[in-house]
Design a protein around this ligand. Sequence first.
Ligand SMILES: [Zn+2]
Length: 393
Amino acid sequence: MIHSRTLIGGSGQPPGGPATSAGHLLQLLRSNVAGHSRADLLEMTGMARSTLYERLDALFAAGLVYESTPLRSQRGRPPRALRFDDRNKLVVALEIGHTHAGLHLLSLGRDIVASARIPIEIRDSQDLVVDRLTAEALRLLDGRQPVGAGVGLPAPVDPLHRLGLERTVLAHWDLQRLQEVLGARLDCPVLLENDARAMAVGEVREPFESLVAVKVSTGIGSGIIVSGTLVRGAHGAAGDIGHVRIPEAAGRRCRCGRDGCLAAVASGRALLAAPQLARYRTLRQLVDEDGRDPAVGPAVAEAGRILGRVLAATVGTLNPGRIAVGGLVGVLPGFLDACRQQILSDAFEPSLVDLKIVPADSRTSTAVGLCRLVEESLYAPERIEQLLSQRSG
Ligand SMILES: [Zn+2]
């Protein structure tokens, strides 16, 4: 269970002071897991008592707020806390990889309730993959109704899904259709996000943190949080560092169709294609032999070193406080050490002060990030206003 909620995209307060809509009241309650008393809310918002109570009534009626155990008090009858009602609300998180999908059910408190790992082949038709994933999701849900679903995809994801996926591993997928089909089968709103970006959101530990999360599995991607705000870029491709051209990859063919990409030499796919590692058929087999097969360690370290060169530029551009490296390859100690050494050697000193370069919590951070993003989208003030006006209309 979480004790404080870091809201991606700022405090939720509009510029110019606290807003007083029901949606903003809910935002205030969501930002503090312990909740607030009515007196707190009156003081924080400066609202008239009658208006506040009216807005709270609407939130109670919609099942969005509940009254919990009394808050501690110095004297007199202790006030009761009002809290965002995150009880019995489930989110489905789907992490779609090149050869596997991770499926998780999470509570809105971001505890993982159930998980499954499903072999898929991303080159298969979208319908085939979606059929398998929804069947498994419905099995895990076992009749329970999710409030929303988040899907992490190994490709740039434009919030409006306008971006061409032609050169990506999802070239044959239609994201709008994906969202519609999943929404219909799971009977809930569906949010799509780049997987490394979801991982970055799941890695946030403090408000207003600046961090870069890098995912190195079959491909390479990164997610960027600057001062607590997720950066998507103009067309959803922020952090897509895998296909930047680098000298080490000159003449090496990348799966995107170009020559010389970072992913052509530093990704899991590149490792599997190395002649000395030709005996491995899957990336999982290869990483499992790290430390046992003398051919694996040096290849993994070289990949980490090359990634470090590109990340040094990211460090210079963004000055993050933390770089969290995840993914099957990214968490290997030899990969991370080589990557760290290269960043420390290449980046300019002022941007390295207090920089932490650490393994990501790969097991859960993408699912937790998707859950956070789903929650923020479902309970955004403008969406709550819309919901309440529909109920009263
Ligand atoms: Zn490429």
